[in-house]
Design a protein around this ligand. Sequence first.
Ligand code: SF4
Length: 202
Amino acid sequence: MNQYKIKEIFLSIQGEGWLIGQPSVFVRFANCNVNCSFCDTDYAGGDMMTGQDIKKAIQKLETRYQMPVILTGGEPLLQFDEALYDDLQRYELHIETSGTLPMPIMPVEKIVHITMSPKVTRDKIKLKKCHTLKILWPEAFEGITPEAFIDYPTISKCIQPLDFQVDKAIKKLYEMDRLDPMGHWFLSPQLHRQQNFKDILR
Ligand code: SF4
């Protein structure tokens, strides 16, 4: 039986991206293959769990059927696989990834929503498409700009302030909205960094 190293499973409010404001269950996978200098996520350590263990932990937190389950990290695609999908398929699965690895299950449409926040340049991205593209601004890494991903296959695109630089992010958002009016650009303000939803709900 496959096992996965899981840092934590918790109930919170999604603070960023497409599902902002939505009560969700978060499954944080341990480990990451990118080493971002600004990273404030604790993905070290964790416990080995089977897919059934993860399902039981989600069931304990569920307050209503079909609460979204957000697979995050670290980098969830280092570990996510068909076997885990089979165990969790009754849930509305969302994945948050840096795009450095391909989606391990096919068709990718089995996942309700994929959010990609690139941490490598466009030429090194392995994920072929997503639902929401999330770009940090001001530029977190050289070459990872909204313009560089303007034609990446996605449904919506957002700008997320780096280190709370909301004013710069908003200026960039308006710039992109003019440049790419069909891109459905929106601001992703990271509400969970302004308010600790996790502890409130504990
Ligand atoms: S990709 Fe995300 S989790 Fe991994 S080091 Fe960068 S910010 Fe942290």
